[in-house]
Design a protein around this ligand. Sequence first.
Ligand code: PGA
Length: 252
Amino acid sequence: MRRKLLLGNWKMNKTPSEAVEFCKEAKELGKLARANKVDMGICVPYVDLVPVKKILKKSLIVGAENCHYLEKGAYTGEISIPMLKDIGIDWCIIGHSERRTYDNETSEKCNKKILALLANGITPVYCCGESLETFEANKTKEFVEEQIVTGFKDVSYDDAAKVVIAYEPIWAIGTGKNASKEIAEDICGFIRNVITKLYDRKVANKVRILYGGSVKPATVKEYLTQKDIDGALVGGASLDVNSYKELLTSLL
Ligand code: PGA
């Protein structure tokens, strides 16, 4: 049985002081999530990681939004995996479409990050998803397959199921135009089949696949009741603490 997973993605929002206010109110949520067999957490900007982790400890997952794949060196402005480990961070988003669009993050680069994270015992949340143009040209599946195949290159059989995949159609991110549950399920099921081809059904049945793109408390349940959708990666609706809490309570 795959456990449900609700992950917030704050993107470039909340100063450390704002993050602390949020966490004071959100920390009790962990117990409710666990009691209902849901894994829940937030991925936050680098400067928020230490104060957020200090408050949330193990009650909610605390993740980074990106990392470099090398351990150290002359890469001004970058953050390494050992730095994340040192402050107790064990989750990290990789390949979000905003990074692919604005920071030239390719699937090849994502693959290096995924391998490095796995080698360090950190869970990668690997994002994939197509543009509106690709969607309208009916080429979503071949596009997403390429992202998955490249992202998982050299990921071992034993490690494959540790990667969380987030399917986030770019046209649905922050636009209020969410993909229908049928579209989301179709692509998440397709991704599971790609994992079956790369590994086998046993691995594919273990991999958690999230949907992301304008998920709100009012819509989260319709996604999470689909066979192949194991959770949600939520941007806008994870910023307000009440809406963040409602993401969970609306599932119960
Ligand atoms: P959104 O963002 O929920 O604001 O659409 C989702 C994401 O980018 O992860």
